[in-house]
Design a protein around this ligand. Sequence first.
Ligand code: SAM
Ligand code: SF4
Length: 463
Amino acid sequence: MNEALPKKLFIKTYGCQMNVYDSDRMADALAPHGYIPTQEIGEADLVLLNTCHIREKASEKVFSELGRLKELQTEKRATGGDMMIGVAGCVAQAEGEEIARRAPMVDMVFGPQAYHRLPDMLAKAEANRHMHPALKRAVVDTDFPEEDKFAHLPAAKKDVTIGRGLTAFLTVQEGCDKFCSFCVVPYTRGAEVSRPVAQVLDEARRLADAGVKEITLLGQNVNAYHGEDASGRSVGLGELAYLLAEIPGLERLRYTTSHPRDMDDALIAAHRDLPFLMPYLHLPVQSGSDRILKAMNRKHTAAEYLTLIERIKTARPDMAMSGDFIVGFPGETDADFEDTLKIIRETGYASAYSFKYSTRPGTPGANLPDQVEEAVKTERLARLQALVNQQTTAFHASCVGRTLPVLIERVGRMPGQVGGRSPYLQAVHLEGSTDLIGAIHEVDIIGTSTNSLVGRLKRAIAA
Ligand code: SAM
Ligand code: SF4
């Protein structure tokens, strides 16, 4: 490896915030080995695709991206340059050797549990490059290691959050033991693992010291967090929130994504007691039909979900809800779908993500009879999204006339404007000088525009 000349690293990130966090950590892991990030794929010495397997045809999309990269690699080689290619993330975990076989120009294939071994893999892959092309094989690492990946990755620093320097993601938990029958996560990310409390607090302190005001804790099933403290006791997400609240400079905390079954009393109490825990909760229910919830292996009923929301809103009355929905799960009838619309009406969402069910090979859902026709899924999705859009619009409108604390994060789209986020994760635009950036200010909400709020500065409440 040439330590003297910096090499350029381009990472293309697909999927969720956890992948965004992972991409930042991969960049951190490679920095001591002379790699600096670039936004220009053409000048990259190393391209990493950090893939997501949650959507349909995910693997095919990766293979077609690799086809494009091959052309770029060939062009660079024709002019005396070169480009290494790595495939990371959940498609890499799921496809492993298949990627190495079908895309021989790939140098490394590695799953989410192997990121801390990236420098070693890179060294092996660089050595492999000198082999005869007929013998060259990608370095493949899709093991689920025993060692703690996070303990071996460099600590997050402020510059990993370039462009979002006031807010940062912090992964506290990975993997999932729930095995919802539609989902690949338990297979690609493996069993639930929580980072120790001290590690999380250290990383949060470092981020706060570097100027981060708002942290979003991440996990595939974040409220299943059960990290060990120094005495070996298991600490849940609620208790972790109280500990994070003591960190000077940290003004806001969020977490995503949660499972209804893991919303325990301590976490609900934390919402009651800690103003810095933002009143916006992403709590997917997927369906409003008990029959479908059972087939999905969600292990709760629609009524239990609604009761849970009542308890959460008793603790934090201004809690805004967000969710995920799947339409067209195998066997979903019109009546089941009506139940889903019903739970949406009863809950009232500030926002929601919705998807047509797509078969994930290897999941139990893939083998179920009564797969729903595509046209039916399309029609149901459109109806569901129309209802959610109405609710989002109504929620934005209900904020007009209120004064909300807004973390001002950036210059606005229009000259003389700045922009930030409300506690409910809404984008807020207002007239104001760039001096406002970096602090939470009270803002009178005077109107709405598509997907955002329009505000007017009231007065600063935090420096
Ligand atoms: N752990 C979270 C939970 O329990 O809801 C969700 C994680 S998953 C990465 C994000 C969302 O993708 C899910 O909530 C679900 O709505 C959607 N999803 C997952 N598998 C899907 C599939 N096979 N078809 C359609 N949507 C799917
Ligand atoms: Fe997937 Fe979430 Fe279910 Fe786990 S809880 S299997 S991540 S949908």
